[in-house]
Ligand binder design. Structure first.
Ligand code: NAP
Length: 308
């Protein structure tokens, strides 16, 4: 869609790593902001972001970046959101929308909510899109295309602000869904957080196996293990913060997961092939429906290039 005027006059990105820089690229592509201001704590990231040029201005403090912005998006690890919110609070202008991209939502409402000044619309958000890469070089405009972005406004949030943020995410290529933060956290625990924990665990276990040398793990890493290593390469800070801040939902899903794993263990021990076959048939159908929903590709090797 071509726009006659940008949706926002000034958008501030507090954090310009994978998600922040991708947002900047997507905003440029969609002409969504007349000015994009960025902040990162390290001089190195600020210098690199300035070099890449996806922001119109880079700032050494979050308050400077957020000043006079119509939309401020916190794009830091979840554990840093509270301090960022506290730092920008005095420079947020009345009527501005404050949002974030954190992978958990109830803890973000708890941490950021108390610092939101009267007259500022706080609408937490989470784009369900990402890669295992981080930093300002990792971003690209197409990251959000066709992906869902979940907004979790608290009760009493002005509808017009939610509509405007929805338009923003649609302009970045996303599909948008609004849901309660607790529901978001349990859905993401099962679809993203626990799968990441399983990947971290299996790669850790393989690395610790004394009977198998690490060179064999690398040499014979066929499909299954190799795909786990890709997930287990995800950013340690981000994922530490996700588990510390979505503790209840993750523990609930893990409890259920452990029970189901024990049932599988029993089926293998007692030679219950029917149970294994039934489960694998059901899970194959789930994979099919994910592809049909356009959330992944059926191409060999998950669409990645194979080095010959
Ligand atoms: P990233 O690439 O590591 O970027 C993080 C950014 O935050 C960097 O600009 C970093 O600046 C800054 N930052 C780090 N610590 C900070 C602190 N204490 N105070 C202020 N700024 C700080 O991370 P990302 O993948 O973009 O993730 C950002 C957020 O998006 C996280 O909350 C994550 O949960 C969420 N998310 C991630 C994904 C994903 O797949 N990666 C998907 C959806 C949502 P420096 O470089 O200067 O340290």
């Amino acid at each position: 869609m071509t726009r006659t005027a940008p949706l926002f006059t000034k958008v501030a990105l507090i954090g310009v790593g994978l998600i922040g820089s991708s947002l900047a690229h997507a905003m440029r592509r969609g002409s969504l902001a007349a000015h994009i201001a960025g902040y990162a704590p390290s001089e190195k990231t600020r210098a690199r972001a300035a070099e890449l040029g996806f922001c119109d201005s880079m700032h050494a403090t979050p308050a400077d970046a957020a000043r006079d912005a119509d939309l401020v998006i916190l794009c830091t690890p979840v554990g840093a959101l509270q301090a960022a919110a506290e730092a920008i609070a005095p420079s947020l202008k009345p009527g501005a929308i404050l949002s974030d991209v954190g992978s958990v939502k109830t803890a973000v409402i708890r941490d950021v909510g108390p610092f939101v000044p009267q007259g500022v619309h706080f609408i937490p958000g989470h784009p369900i899109a990402g890669t295992e890469h981080s930093g300002p070089d990792a971003g690209f405009a197409e990251l959000f295309d066709g992906r869902w972005c979940v907004l979790t406004p608290v009760a009493g949030t002005e509808e017009a602000a939610v509509t405007k943020l929805t338009e923003f995410w649609r302009g970045c290529g996303s599909r948008v869904e609004v849901m309660d933060s607790k529901h978001h956290d349990i859905v993401l625990a099962i679809t993203s957080h626990v799968p990441h924990l399983i990947a971290y665990n299996i790669v850790g276990t393989a690395a610790d196996l004394e009977e198998v040398t690490s060179s064999e793990v690398i040499k014979f890493s066929a499909g299954g293990f190799r795909d786990f290593t890709r997930i287990a390469a995800s950013d340690p800070t981000m994922w530490r913060d996700v588990f510390l801040n979505n503790r209840e939902a993750v523990l609930e899903v893990l409890g259920r997961f452990s029970e189901d794993l024990s049932a599988l263990q029993r089926a293998i021990r007692w030679g219950d092939g029917d149970m294994l076959f039934d489960l694998f048939t059901r899970t194959r159908a789930i994979r099919r429906s994910i592809i049909d929903a356009g959330q992944d590709t059926a191409a060999p090797n998950f669409g990645r290039n194979v080095k010959k």
